[in-house]
Design a protein around this ligand. Structure first.
Ligand code: NG6
Ligand code: CA
Length: 541
């Protein structure tokens, strides 16, 4: 296997040198080759120097809008073929750009996927990067390089609008009534307007530039993830009659806007959000950020709340999908995409802006509220043909929608099945904008800008996926290996197959994308090779 990898790496280096892209992938790939002969070293050095010239030749700094959606499965958008809900605005992005069918998040849950996206490092390399409680400290180190910091160095104004869920403040949690730091500013965002954690976690307030919006100093906010702060305040558990939507599992603590959440909060009454307005508010703040960024190129990280629970879309979408709140939230998400693209068009920014649409993990139906998602699903296939879902080691955990549009620059109306990871956006955007990545920064990110623009780039050598219980899988070409795990086979709350088995699993994704036939017993050599490859990656410093 190492020999094959070594050969492929050299081939890849040659290819990248030939097309004159950034030196980083070549360096990264060469660095990863275990059998590193003096000849390989020499070859890589040579290609490295050729590539440096390629890199500095044509850096460009288009605006970048990354629409990072929540829990949207591969099949939840109509251009991917299995959706019963129409998403014309998202489909339009695909019609004008590249629709990818093999781009993975690094993880089947939110926090680790976002951590990897913004740092270029697999989250499983760092403790404490699992699903963050709503009062967690900031999990991204402030002394390390990040994707937004790299873009700031390239001259960008950077903004984060929407769901954060990467922790805020120092160890022990943030001070919700003062300056909330460290936060987005300290990891490279010039502007931020956040839902601090998720829609289903307290505190249910917006945080703009690291201060709670509309906070009345006489009504301070307290947050606890252990016990009720004021035992006299109603909770979802004690007062279900006060709720607009009943929880199905968990989510029975503090009540905000008629919805009970995870965690307890008191105070901050004037600052509480209204769930039905969140999508509109996030679009408004995104447009404000775009308008305030006229002097420089901008990077907008728009992390939607849709379609995470609680699904409480605006009344103009309610009942419109025929699939209940989950389908209506998809319609609202599609509206968001349309609103952003229209605003860019109005400002004549379309040709100057890369828009990327993707999701943080796969789809889930019942994720904690009785909103009819299971009962009303009909023929809709939220995860397309893939097995599992959010939380899972199977493909539906991490194989998500991914569309890139850059009118006039990226390919138009093309579909790409090239194997890539969202973690590659960091090095790819660095290459595009002429930034060099120092050794130690973004250790797992590779430059695949040619593939992202669908200019005949090559796939990743391998992709690693992380499930909720940290089972790791590796894909190399058509083959996927899932390491043995003692984890539960099924998430009983969400009724998701988690992909855990005490034995190794091996699937041929090109003939068996639904991961039905475990070939591990038939192909022990391949299992051994993939296991070794995964172990090597785990141990790589
Ligand atoms: C789980 C929550 C789920 C959701 C998820 C995070 C329970 C029982 N389930 O722990 O509702 O909030 O965390 O979702 O509390 S994510 O998309 O942000 O990763
Ligand atoms: Ca998510």
């Amino acid at each position: 296997m190492d020999k094959v990898q070594s050969y492929k790496a050299k081939e890849n280096c040659f290819y990248k040198a030939a097309i004159g892209f950034n030196s980083q992938p070549c360096y990264t790939i060469c660095r990863k080759v275990k059998t590193f002969s003096p000849l390989t070293a020499l070859l890589c050095l040579l290609l490295f120097s050729i590539n440096i010239q390629g890199q500095v030749k044509q850096p460009v700094t288009p605006n970048i809008v990354l629409i990072y959606t929540d829990d949207v499965g591969f099949g939840d958008i109509s251009c991917n073929g299995t959706s019963a809900v129409q998403t014309p605005n998202i489909d339009n992005l695909a019609a004008n750009g590249v629709r990818f069918t093999n781009v993975h998040t690094t993880s089947a849950t939110c926090t680790p996927s976002r951590f990897s996206l913004l740092t270029g490092a697999y989250a499983w390399r760092k403790k404490g990067t699992g699903i963050a409680p709503g009062d967690a400290a900031l999990i991204i180190p402030t002394d390390k390089q990040t994707l937004p910091k790299m873009l700031q160095q390239a001259g960008y104004r950077t903004g984060a609008v929407g769901k954060w869920h990467l922790g805020l403040g120092p160890q022990g949690g943030p001070n919700w009534n003062g300056d909330i730091k460290p936060g987005p500013r300290e990891i490279g965002f010039d502007y931020s307007f956040l839902l601090p954690a998720t829609g289903d976690r307290v505190p249910c307030v917006y945080v703009e530039n690291q201060r709670v919006v509309n906070l009345d100093g006489k009504d301070t906010i307290s947050v606890s993830y252990n016990a009720p702060i004021n035992p006299n305040e109603p909770t979802g558990k004690s007062n279900p009659e006060l709720l607009k939507m009943q929880p199905s599992h968990g989510h029975n603590m503090s009540i905000v806007n008629g919805v009970s959440r995870i965690g307890y909060m008191t105070g901050g009454k004037s600052a509480l959000w209204v769930d039905e307005e969140i999508a509109d508010v996030l679009v408004r703040q995104s447009v404000k950020f775009i308008d305030d960024s006229k002097q420089q190129p901008f990077f907008l990280y728009l992390a939607t709340h849709d379609i995470h629970v609680p699904r409480m879309p605006h009344s103009r979408f309610v009942g419109k999908s025929g699939m209940g709140p989950r389908g209506d939230a998809i319609l609202q998400l599609d509206w968001t995409v349309g609103a952003i693209t229209n605003e860019l068009t109005k400002r004549k920014l379309s040709g100057k802006t890369i828009i990327i649409f993707t999701s943080d993990n796969g789809a889930v139906l019942d994720d904690g509220y009785k909103d009819g998602a299971v009962e009303k699903i009909g023929k809709h296939q939220p995860n397309g043909m893939y097995r599992g879902g959010k939380y899972s080691a199977f493909e539906a955990g991490t194989l998500v929608p991914f569309i890139l549009s850059w009118p006039g620059k990226a390919a138009k109306g093309k579909t790409s099945n090239v194997l890539l990871s969202q973690i590659d956006l960091y090095a790819s955007l660095a290459a595009l904008t002429g930034q060099t990545i120092k050794t130690g920064d973004a250790p797992d990110s590779e430059n695949h800008i040619a593939s992202f623009l669908n200019k005949s780039g090559k796939p990743r050598m391998h992709v690693i996926e992380q499930s909720i219980n940290n089972t790791l899988s590796i894909i190399v070409g058509a083959w996927k290996y899932i390491e043995p795990s003692d984890g539960a086979a099924i998430n009983k709350n969400t009724n998701t197959e988690l992909g855990n088995l005490k034995m190794p699993q091996l699937y041929n994704l090109s003939t068996d994308p639904g991961e039905k036939n475990n070939l591990a017993a038939q192909k022990p050599e391949l299992v051994k090779a993939l296991k070794e490859q995964l172990e090597q990656e785990k141990n790589r410093k």
